[in-house]
Design a protein. Structure first.
Length: 400
């Protein structure tokens, strides 16, 4: 049966739920890689591998969601909680532009003391100062959080954010799109599987492109991993709004859930089955930030056609123990050593050109930056312009 399914995949056929599970559980790893690589080559015949220079900025770590797999969040009132000021974010954008970046990936905790007006003012301020700079911002659970805070329906929240400057939505907060799993991970309160998908449906209808993600290796079964992929495939059939898919393994260190991390082989098999099942997704990113550069490089033989982001900054995965770093020089070296041609891209996967560092001198990045110095407990001046909801938030506002 495996050979029959493989032949159909090589011929461009779509696998169903039963066939996908059979491949995932029974096919040798080298066969999964060969099938995924054949699909990658069919969709991207020029042996070009893309990457983006952007910065992953987490604007706040204060969060009421309390997911048990997250080592990044801090509860309301924690002395380790922070909110970045607008000027701090501007400095991060300046540093991003200096190394050839063109986008901010902006995500954060579900902070009850940041109303939708804060986001609108931030987005407008960024666009006024950097008109061509892109905002890839606010995952579906953050949009739902703003919908609940503002008592506005999700489409209205998306419309307001787009009017303020939102360019696209990242696929964070998906975890596994099965409510049994989400209940066990304590993340069903921030978004059910249907709610996550519905935000993406509304975003696509509004003209935004988005990415999709999957964090595996917690409490889900093989069948539930595939259910996640099939639900994404069904929505892509409906809207054609996803630009790319990214999967990574759960990082257990310093989390309430604890446990162990999945192996690199599990990652490559999961990436390959995603390329096979998600036949209507053009792009798959390699997750070098959780797997390291060499497994990231090997991903290019298991279905990935993109090395993701130079990132510059990372806080969430690092809080759970991963600290891999690759700047543009190293990403390009990994792509070329694997036999591909590296090209810079934007969020829509339009090719922008050759590596920046070959055109002009840019500073090397040998470690990822953080949101702010851990000793910095400053409260942004502009927060006094926005009403707080929590008792601690009100106390901080009154003390300013």
């Amino acid at each position: 049966m495996i050979n029959q399914i493989a032949d159909r995949v090589l011929g461009g056929g779509r696998v169903d739920r039963v066939e996908a599970l059979e491949l995932y559980r029974q096919a040798p790893t080298h066969l999964l890689g060969r099938l995924a690589d054949a699909i990658r080559a069919r969709k991207h015949p020029g042996r070009i591998v893309t990457y983006i220079i952007d910065r992953n900025v987490n604007y706040t770590n204060v969060c009421v969601a309390r997911c048990n797999f997250c080592a990044f969040y801090r509860p309301v009132g924690s002395p380790e909680g922070y909110v970045l000021g607008f000027e701090e974010i501007f400095r991060k954008i300046d540093e991003t532009i200096a190394v050839g970046g063109n986008q901010l990936l902006l995500q954060g905790g579900h902070n009850p003391d940041l109303p939708i007006a804060w986001y609108e003012d931030l987005f407008r301020s960024v666009k006024a100062r950097y008109p061509e700079f892109k905002l890839h911002a606010l995952s579906p659970p953050e949009v739902i959080h703003l919908s609940r805070l503002s008592q506005l329906p999700v489409p209205a929240v998306i419309d307001r954010l787009m009017a303020a400057g939102l360019d696209s939505i990242p696929g964070g907060g998906a975890e596994i799109l099965v409510d049994r799993v989400r209940t066990l991970l304590h993340c069903i309160g921030k978004a059910t599987a249907d709610e996550w998908l519905d935000v993406m449906r509304h975003a696509h209808r509004a003209g935004l492109r988005t990415t999709a993600t999957m964090m595996y290796g917690t409490v889900e079964t093989d069948e539930e991993r595939l259910e996640h992929l099939l639900r994404l495939r069904a929505l892509q059939d409906e809207t054609d709004g996803f630009t790319a898919f990214i999967t990574w393994s759960y990082q257990p260190d310093h989390t309430e859930l604890a446990g162990s991390e999945a192996t690199g082989v599990d990652y490559l098999r999961t990436l390959a089955i995603a390329r096979i099942v998600l036949d209507n997704f053009d792009n798959l990113q390699a997750s070098w930030v959780t797997q390291g550069g060499k497994v990231g490089q090997l991903s290019l033989a298991y279905g990935a056609n993109d090395m993701g982001s130079v990132m510059i900054e990372e806080n969430v995965v690092r809080a759970a123990g991963a600290s891999y770093c690759m700047d543009e020089v190293e990403i390009v070296a990994n792509i070329e050593d694997a036999g591909f041609t590296p090209k810079r891209r934007n969020m829509h996967y339009d090719v922008l050109g050759d590596p920046i560092f070959r055109d002009r001198e840019v500073p090397r990045m040998l470690s990822l930056a953080t949101a702010r110095d851990g000793r910095d407990a400053s409260v942004p001046e502009e927060l006094r312009n926005y009403p707080a909801r929590s008792r601690d938030g009100k106390r901080i506002r009154l003390s300013q």
